[in-house]
Design a binder for this molecule. Sequence first.
Ligand SMILES: *[C@@H]1O[C@H](CO)[C@@H](O)[C@H](O)[C@H]1NC(C)=O
Ligand SMILES: *[C@@H]1O[C@H](CO)[C@@H](O)[C@H](O)[C@H]1NC(C)=O
Ligand SMILES: *[C@@H]1O[C@H](CO)[C@@H](O)[C@H](O)[C@H]1NC(C)=O
Length: 422
Amino acid sequence: MAKPQFLLFLLLFFFLMYQQSLQQQQQQQQINAVDLAALHDIRNSLRDLPHSDFFSTWDFAAPNPCSTFTGLLCSPDPSASASATPLLRVTSLTLGTGLAGSSGLMGSISPALSNLTALTQIILYAGIVSGSIPPQLGTLKNLRVISLTNNRLSGPIPSSLSTLPNLHTLDLSGNQLGGPVPAGLTGLPSLRVLLLESNQLSGEFPNVSTQLLHLDLKNNRFSGVLPSLPSSLRYLSMSKNEMWGPLNVLEPLSELVYLDLSMNWFSGSIPETLFRSTLSSLLLQRNNLSGGVPKTKAVDATSYGEGSTVDLSHNLLSGELSPVLAGVEILFLNSNRLIGIVPDEYVQSVLVGSMKTLYLQHNYLSGFPLESGSPLPDSASLCLSYNCMIPPVRTMTCPANAGGLLSRPAYQCRLVHLGNAD
Ligand SMILES: *[C@@H]1O[C@H](CO)[C@@H](O)[C@H](O)[C@H]1NC(C)=O
Ligand SMILES: *[C@@H]1O[C@H](CO)[C@@H](O)[C@H](O)[C@H]1NC(C)=O
Ligand SMILES: *[C@@H]1O[C@H](CO)[C@@H](O)[C@H](O)[C@H]1NC(C)=O
């Protein structure tokens, strides 16, 4: 009975031996001289900020940087001839520790980086590194991941990056990059994750022709209408830009689980296909959207899950509220032009505690069918003020900006009902 265990033990033993011999081999192996020179230049163009000691292990007198420098991963050169002991090449470079207590690096990114031709991944953690992204990065054809986030990089996104056939993830979030996004970038065959949030990028965002999964452009200065987007997209944020026009290009995006287009100038009606429980974050607040919440009663109104959030506040939505959003956990419909009586499904969701937040203030609603005396769950945030009714609950949890008025002045309610009469 002990036999299989013994075999397993033997296997493990040989595996460990093999790993150790690999490590020893790497320790004995030499790093490629061009890579070593490039590391020198990279090191000389950057410095630790106070409270950062990333470079403390970078001792160029040490025999093999690959086994002693923090942030390096190396592999034997695949292009070396079979006879010679292959030299080590740097395949992954991580600059900074990314640890919470570390302040990061300052300085600039040396163009010598482009001499690390075996590089598949370059990561720069948060700090105050400035200057531009070296366009020479575009010569590193093996690159799969470029992540240079939360520093002070400025200038344009080099158009040379649009020539990287294996680029999977490009994350340049939280810098001071400006200008337009090079058109070729959104056609890169391997690109799946493109994160450009919190920069000063402008112009029209180019049409996307690759099978992107995650696109984050929030907090930039992009303008114009929505580009064409692939149906593979699961996460899309364009919040806080200067974009306008209709949302109908989003209709075919059936894989979306997160959509944030808040704080732009989008107009027209919201496509009905966006009212589905698989799209669990739908954030369209502070636009110029009009039309109504679709009438179609959701097949299963409760199928929106925990954490689902729909925010359509501060738009021009009109008409009566349908039950379609009654299963959402956090729902903001405040500051629109909704009329009529709130469907009972919403009241029930609040009462049973599945809807935790319901903001309906600043509309023209005329009823909320809650039997007086029904106790609301402690967890419920309900705000009904400044509508065309006297709220049936005495204590409401309204945000400060809802104002102190429980109801709208009567003349406003008469006007809207005349205006909406057919
Ligand atoms: C790359 O390496 C070569 C040879 O060491 C050197 O002449 C060249 O200046 C390096 N390129 C950059 C951009 O530093
Ligand atoms: C994107 O494609 C549409 C046609 O599908 C075209 O009208 C538009 O100009 C393109 N946008 C850009 C920025 O190239
Ligand atoms: C918002 O919509 C209104 C009415 O449809 C229109 O008059 C106004 O120009 C729009 N504003 C913007 C910024 O699109």
